[in-house]
Ligand binder design. Sequence first.
Ligand code: SAM
Length: 289
Amino acid sequence: MTDKRLYSPKYVKEILNRYGFQFSKSLGQNFLIDGNIVRKISGAGDITKEDYVLEIGPGIGTLTEELALNAKKVVAVELDEALLPILDETLKDYDNIEIIHGDILKVDIPKLIEEKLGGGPIKVVANLPYYVTTPIIGKLIEEDLNIHSIIVMIQKEVADRIVAPPNNKQYGSLSVFVNFYTNPEIMVRVPKTVFMPQPKVDSAVIKLTLKEELPEVDKKVFFKVVKSAFGKRRKTILNSLSSNGLGLDKETIREVLESLEIPIESRAENLNIEDFIKISKTLPPLDIY
Ligand code: SAM
């Protein structure tokens, strides 16, 4: 078995030099060089020998190795071809890891789960460039895939917005979107010093556990209402819902809010998911189909 040393900064430098590897900023290549954080990420996922894990962006395989030590099988999707020979070397002693060369935004994930990950439910672990993180989280939670949980490193500010409760400045449509589909928790706060090279911002590892049952509401109507409510977050809920794309007049909105005993002068940030669900179910049909 490989020495457990993939996170040693000296080792990372040595192997990258040996392969003439150049970091790509556009691919968000900041590799972890702290064993403690690597263990904490795997721990956050509660990974056990029963688990099939999809890792996105393995880099030189630092986290992949830790996951493979704990999981039944790890499939890791890496876009940068230059990392493939490095991964061949660093992970050569593990027979429960499969590396796939590809762009996670283009991979057929249901097929991957079916053919290589035991059919699911799987756990997803990712330390990704931020440009991919939002679209991929959206895709993973919206598409009704067979996923148990997603453990992902994201910018600290984004993590704070996701877990923010109502009546909080950080609470917004992103919080409502993620909390509609999952139960999010911040697991580890990660300083920029644990990466090579160091990024500009601090990060956090967030765990999104997918809900087994989603609230019963027309999702298209619900998200239209949420978007309209937060579109002008300083306005009262009465004003934002009647001026932001729902196509309903103020009197109709007032009647709906009053029937639900939601104060018309409250703002989007004062309403919880249940309130948005109730509004979505009580509004007259929207012209969106
Ligand atoms: N997991 C490693 C670690 O923690 O040290 C590397 C993390 S690094 C922040 C992000 C990795 O994602 C890089 O290896 C990068 O090449 C890869 N990557 C970037 N965009 C990708 C995409 N669209 N699909 C798959 N991998 C991608």
